[in-house]
Design a protein around this ligand. Structure first.
Ligand SMILES: *[C@@H]1O[C@H](CO)[C@@H](O)[C@H](O)[C@H]1NC(C)=O
Ligand SMILES: CC(=O)N[C@H]1CO[C@H](CO)[C@@H](O)[C@@H]1O
Length: 300
């Protein structure tokens, strides 16, 4: 089986979906079958898409696709433009609960989940993230992102597992000084977690069949080359299928939707290092899924 990824490339002729095989991306618009496809449209009909993409990956491997862009020359956008929903699960790693100062370090009875607005928060790699003007405590969180491939409502874990189309690397950037506020509501997700460009995802989409053991992947995050987070998805209190199933008991998950699955420890405060500022570089890596690099800019 030829390994492949899906990406959205920015080219002089506009955005195009592409299949990544080896060190190259092959724009899908050169094929009859996928001329108008986007990563999002492929996800809408995922089972038949996958079968056809497997054949296309073999053709690319065999040198049968003439248009290709070497990975080093490609400009990547966030792959799924845009999902209907982005769901983010909280309280999912004991180590992070501890550093946040919570005392209940086990698996909570109710999984906290919030929704992020897709078109304004999702960005891809590159100099894409704006440090919000309103924060003095802009912080990193590396998360595995699940991409939904089937409609789910009140799903069992088995149904949820079967609906996972694939994975991406995600960052759940957070303004620590704004997320928790001093009024009776206590929490303000819009200012703390949902401002523009605060949910980078990518750089490519990796189909689930190439990630045989998603519950056992090393996750590392570096800021300006210094390692800040280093954990494994095996520490997740709620597994991916459980998060999808729980979320689907409140909202319908649809093909293309993204689910962020929580972050381990290693935030700025726990290292005693400064928060993020314009110019800083974040590298988020998840074994077998990829490496998402973003550079921060000011919000002018
Ligand atoms: C991402 O950044 C790391 C270091 O911060 C670098 O080693 C790596 O080559 C970069 N990857 C890509 C795809 O640019
Ligand atoms: C996406 C998300 O909400 N991740 C969360 C994991 O859990 C902690 C709280 O325990 C949140 O701060 C993270 O944002």
């Amino acid at each position: 089986m030829t390994h492949f990824t899906l990406a959205t490339l920015s080219t002089p002729a506009g955005l195009t979906a592409a299949i990544g095989v080896g060190d190259n991306f092959y724009p899908l618009r050169q094929t009859q079958e996928f001329q108008d496809a986007t990563v999002r449209s492929l996800l809408e009909d995922w089972t038949p898409s996958l079968a056809k993409l497997e054949k296309l990956a073999e053709a690319a491997q065999a040198g049968q696709l003439s248009q290709r862009i070497p990975a080093g020359e490609a400009t990547l956008e966030t792959p799924v433009r845009y999902p209907n929903k982005v769901a983010c699960a909280g309280a999912n790693f004991t180590s992070h609960l501890k550093e946040m100062g919570f005392t209940d370090l086990g698996k909570w009875d109710i999984l906290p989940v919030f929704l992020a607005p897709p078109t304004t928060t999702l960005v891809g790699p590159g100099t894409t993230v704006k440090v919000p003007r309103t924060t003095k405590e802009f912080d990193w969180e590396l998360e595995m992102v699940v991409v939904v491939g089937k409609r789910l409502r009140h799903a069992s874990r088995e149904e949820a597992a079967a609906a996972i189309a694939g994975y991406m690397v995600g960052l759940d950037l957070s303004c620590r000084d704004l997320a928790i506020c001093d009024n009776q509501l206590k929490i303000d997700f819009m200012r703390g977690k949902l401002q523009d460009t605060m949910k980078p995802a990518g750089p490519v989409f990796v189909p689930a069949k190439f990630v045989p053991d998603p519950d056992n992947l090393r996750m590392t995050l570096l800021v300006n080359g210094r390692k800040m987070q280093d954990a494994s998805t095996n520490e997740m209190l709620f597994k991916c299928d459980e998060i999808l199933a729980a979320t689907s008991s409140h909202v319908t998950l649809e093909p293309g939707d993204l689910v962020y699955t929580g972050t381990p420890s290693g935030q700025a405060k726990s290292h005693g290092v400064p928060f993020l500022k314009a110019g800083d570089k974040i590298c988020g890596r998840i074994e077998g899924i990829g490496e998402l690099n973003v550079t921060l800019k000011s919000d002018d």
